[in-house]
Ligand binder design. Structure first.
Ligand code: ADQ
Length: 483
């Protein structure tokens, strides 16, 4: 067997340029961690964009960057500012992202974006083709690169290609509205294996393939030319051990290293052991339902006024895609909403919403998970949602309550949490009330099976299951299918 080539929009490293010297720092994100077993530094290569446009990289640094990346088994696809604008901020994040998350009103169908998407997908495919041998295995990640499998297949008909979509695949009725819908499906069908987080996304995809391309689909196999393409679900997990061990370690550590937010939280808890903290953590993205969650919090305070001065909502929002107008509008909406509600409800000793617009170091994130009584995650649509899984993994004494939107892919595996419809404020207010009053034994009864599941179906297993399925698919004998 040859080498493995992984392709994603962003490389799993951050480049830092300091006085003409380059450092490549490995990312700690879920995907990078999960792929460790696949991308072990040995016979594998990761191809992607470095995060810096051509305009930001001085000519004399190009070879230094290539060298720094090579040390991490990575190779970059160079992209100009215009390409990033059209392909990433344009088609990926103003067409595909809103549409696949059912935000039709935010979806823009622009020929220019589509042209840039095709051209950049071609660049990624060329970068793969420059490195690939016939016996290599290629794993393409996510919605920015849906045309790549077919582009590679055309040049290398027998190579093994897998594709995994990290976001939802929408129902046929939504997907059919895209002007370039057939091209997108055909792009994906260059793969041997197409993976989704859930069975529902898989079904939606198969339905689009059947109805738009008229292809024969039997169970989860699609026949195309002389090939069979397998479609399957692989719910992504987390690095369970990393989160649970970090939580144990943090319990023993001292004040040093704690964030200001954490110190403030600890002080409040000491002063009032009955006080309850609700935690919400997401990228600042309209799909995550942040604004609606804040409205629901207001609804809750009005429905259950006895909790005023007793509960606090921590909203931790990570800056994201701030070049896209919808994200700027959302930022303004959340800023104003938090201001209005805090203005209306605050007392001298109580601020109901603690809002932070920033990313947080891993250790501080763990502190927050372990000291929040309730994690409250209400995406309107979410491919999976790993925060829900991370929260449960850090609850070493199995206490804590997870309130989770049924629109998150992870809801399928977290049945013991309090599942809510993010649009139903009445139900949410009651779930918060239930969560506040839930006996410790019940919290533990609910969390124990979820922890077991998360420990077993961790991110390494996810990556291995996908790779094994891809290898199996390639091994199958399709000689009975006429060429
Ligand atoms: P995301 O939309 O980014 O991922 P999610 O799965 O929740 O959503 O992952 C977010 C990650 O960022 C988590 O690992 C979390 O710990 C981290 N994070 C969040 N807030 C942070 C903060 N303030 N500081 C530091 N880190 C923070 C996309 C899809 C998801 C899918 C994943 C993986 O949209 O549905 O689960 O890919 O496939």
């Amino acid at each position: 067997m040859g080498k493995t080539i992984i392709i994603s929009n962003r490389l799993p490293v951050q480049l830092q340029i300091d006085q003409g010297e380059i450092t490549a720092i490995p990312s700690v994100g879920g995907l990078a961690t999960g792929m460790k077993s696949v991308h072990s530094g040995g016979d594998s290569l990761w191809i992607g964009w470095s995060g810096l446009t051509d305009e930001e990289i001085p000519d004399e640094l190009v070879s230094k960057i290539d060298k720094a990346l090579a040390e991490h088994g990575s190779s970059q696809v160079n992209l100009t500012e215009d390409e990033i604008d059209g392909y990433y901020y344009g088609f990926s994040n103003r067409t595909v992202w809103p549409l696949f998350h059912y935000f039709m009103e935010y979806t823009e169908f622009e020929q220019e974006f589509w042209d840039a998407y095709k051209a950049v997908n071609r660049k990624f495919a060329d970068a793969i083709l420059a490195e690939a041998e016939d016996d290599d295995t290629i794993w393409v990640h996510d919605y920015q690169l849906m045309l790549v499998p077919q582009m590679v297949r055309e040049e290398k008909p027998d190579i093994s290609i897998g594709f995994f979509l990290h976001i939802p695949f929408p129902s046929y009725e939504i997907f059919r509205t895209i002007p370039w819908r057939e091209e997108l499906l055909e792009g994906l069908l260059g793969s041997d294996l197409i993976g989704f987080h859930t069975y529902d996304y898989e079904r939606h995809f198969l339905s689009s393939v059947r109805r738009l391309l008229g292809l024969e689909v039997s169970f989860n196999d699609i026949s195309l030319d002389h090939r069979i393409i397998k479609v399957d679900s692989f719910p992504m997990g987390i690095d369970y051990k990393k989160f649970s061990e970090a939580a144990k370690k943090n319990e023993e550590s001292s004040e040093k290293g704690k964030s200001e937010l954490q110190k403030r939280l600890d002080t409040h808890k000491k002063a009032d052991p009955e006080a309850k903290f609700f935690l919400s953590i997401d990228r600042l993205d309209y799909s995550k339902g942040i604004a609606k969650r804040i409205y629901a919090f207001e609804y809750f305070l009005n429905k259950y006024p006895e909790y005023k001065e007793k509960v606090r909502l921590i909203v931790l929002a990570v800056p994201s895609r701030s070049n896209v107008p919808q994200y700027q509008l959302l930022k303004r909406e959340v800023d104003e909403l938090v201001g209005r509600i805090n203005g209306e409800f605050s007392t001298v000793s109580w601020t109901p919403i603690w809002y932070f617009y920033r990313s947080m170091p891993f250790e501080n994130l763990i502190d927050l998970y372990t000291s929040s009584d309730i994690a409250w995650l209400t995406p309107l649509r979410d491919g999976m949602n790993l925060v829900a899984k991370e929260y449960i993994a850090t609850r070493t004494d199995q206490t804590g309550v997870l309130i989770l939107s049924e629109m998150a892919g992870s809801a399928n595996e977290m049945n013991e949490s309090l599942l809510i419809n993010p649009n139903n404020f009445e139900q949410i207010a009651d779930a918060l009330h239930t969560a506040i009053n839930m006996p410790v034994e019940e919290q533990q009864e609910r969390n124990a099976p979820m922890q077991k599941r998360l420990e077993r179906y961790n991110v390494e297993k996810w990556a291995n299951d996908f790779m094994n399925s891809l290898v199996d698919q390639k091994r199958k004998d399709y000689s009975h299918i006429a060429r």
